[in-house]
Design a protein around this ligand. Structure first.
Ligand code: SF4
Length: 364
């Protein structure tokens, strides 16, 4: 039994990264892992944030919800003593009225103090916003990497390297056991690391092997965004077009993505899946749980496990009375356990716990 889908593989990569990052090293690095986050049209499959665990703990005082770009601008620049907001904050690059809205929202969320002095709004910080992200690692997952998949990925990975928003870019693929892993034979940019995940017969991820070390990208230098370029190997001779991203923009973007990762983690998939379906189950595959559909008798994807699924059947009401909490039956419990784990990962960038009590509470 294996993941069968990119979605299942992705969950295993996230779980493995949470427990074992960085690959091929004995260093113990606290991490926060997220999936399917990015900016613009780019979404990375897996994002690993290497964090300062003390600073990550301090971030908790700002609440579990993300601070968006506008809120971050206000919270990060708020002064220690009362000051008129336009004197205290750098010009945001957009109209001040949006800053006023952000101030009101920040005050409502108790992450900033504000007061009216005549017609003026003054602000004061409650606490400094901590610098909790050390490094950002982007991982592209492709379990069955063949030549055409590699070709499709090549341009995207080159864009990631040119932009340098992440400190490292990796490609994760499933180990084939061939004498030479196919990933080494494909045209993957040399700056991109390659790792293979070994999937056991029971579907668990047994470990990862680094086939190729990535180059550390220069996140403190301007990045190049390839907006448009000619098709590789075609007859299109048109010039490529680029945009530049300054180091300050990159820093802001990394933090905004980090805030979304802080809110969602990688277990947020449960929020869109039908865990209230009687066929929904979670399967224990080391080192994590993966969704399993008893009707399809296989791991389902988040995309197919939705309201439109033709095999959806609601949990029988009786399930909610057999010792399950009043707020839901087994599916509700599964969702709660995953939410608790997400919260725990936020607190310390900690690895997933394997305690048997948690295992018992999540499985049916
Ligand atoms: S039957 Fe459909 S909705 Fe129910 S668990 Fe399976 S995939 Fe999800």
């Amino acid at each position: 039994m294996g993941p069968g889908t990119e979605f299942g593989f992705e969950l295993r990569v996230c779980a493995w990264a949470e427990r074992s990052w960085p690959p091929g090293s004995d260093r113990d690095v606290p991490v926060l892992v997220a999936r399917q986050l990015g900016w613009g049209r780019r979404r990375w499959d897996t994002l690993v944030f290497e964090v300062d665990s003390t600073a990550l703990g301090e971030r908790g005082a700002f609440g579990p919800e993300r601070l968006n770009g506008d809120l971050l601008h206000v919270v990060r620049n708020a002064p220690a003593d009362w000051a008129y907001y336009r004197d205290a904050l750098p010009h945001p690059g957009y109209p001040w009225r949006y800053v006023r809205e952000a101030i009101h929202e920040a005050a409502d969320r108790d992450v900033l103090e504000s007061r009216k002095q005549g017609r003026r709004i003054e602000i004061r910080r409650i606490r400094p916003y901590p610098d909790w992200i050390d490094r950002v690692v982007a991982i592209e997952n492709k379990p069955d990497l063949d030549a055409s998949a590699a070709r499709a990925l090549q341009g995207q990975l080159e864009r990631d390297v040119a932009l340098g928003l992440a400190d490292e870019v990796w490609l994760a693929t499933e180990r084939t056991g061939d004498r030479v892993e196919p990933a080494l034979l494909e045209q993957i940019p040399v700056d991109v690391g390659i790792l293979t995940l070994e999937i056991a017969a029971d579907g668990g991820a047994q470990g990862a092997e680094v086939l190729w070390q990535p180059r550390s990208l220069e996140v403190d230098r301007p990045g190049t965004r390839i907006v448009d370029r000619a098709e590789t190997g075609g007859y299109d001779q048109s010039a490529a077009t680029f945009e530049y991203m300054s180091p300050a923009e990159k820093r802001d973007k990394r933090l905004e993505i980090g805030e979304r990762a802080y809110e969602r983690g990688w277990r947020g998939y449960i929020d869109t899946m039908r865990s209230d379906c009687r066929h929904f189950d979670l399967l224990r595959v080391d080192p994590t749980y993966v969704p399993y559909c008893r009707a399809k008798d296989r791991e389902q994807t988040a995309h197919e496990c939705r309201g439109g699924c033709p095999q959806f059947e609601p949990e029988p009401p009786a399930w909610r009375q057999r010792g399950w909490p009043l707020s839901g039956g087994p599916g509700g419990t599964v969702a709660r356990v995953l939410a608790e784990r997400r919260a725990r990962q936020r607190q310390a960038g900690s690895a997933e716990s394997n305690s048997t009590s948690e295992r018992g509470s999540a499985s049916r």
